[in-house]
Design a protein around this ligand. Structure first.
Ligand SMILES: [Zn+2]
Length: 71
C-alpha cells in the first residue's frame, strides 16, 4: 500500500487510462472520448487498448454505448 504522504510530491498520481482510439504516424495516441483527434497528455493520463483497464469515465461511457447491441 502506498502512503501518499511519503511518496515523492513530484511523482505523478494515478493516471487516467483512456481507451486508445488511434495512433498517429508520429506515435501520438488519441483517446476515444476526445471529440477531435489530439494527442493524450501523457503527463496526466495514458491509454490502453484493454476495455477493462480503462478508468476514464467518458471513455467507459462510450465503450458501454458501443457494446450495446442496436438490434
Ligand atoms: Zn477518455
Amino acid at each position: 500500500m502506498i502512503d501518499q504522504k511519503t511518496t515523492n510530491p513530484k511523482a505523478p498520481g494515478p493516471r487516467i487510462y483512456h481507451r486508445a482510439k488511434g495512433i498517429r504516424e508520429d506515435g501520438a495516441v488519441s483517446a476515444l472520448c476526445f471529440t477531435s483527434p489530439r494527442a493524450i497528455n501523457m503527463k496526466v493520463a495514458t491509454w490502453t487498448i484493454r476495455d477493462e483497464a480503462v478508468t476514464c469515465p467518458r471513455c467507459l461511457e462510450i465503450i458501454g454505448q458501443s457494446k450495446r447491441d442496436p438490434s
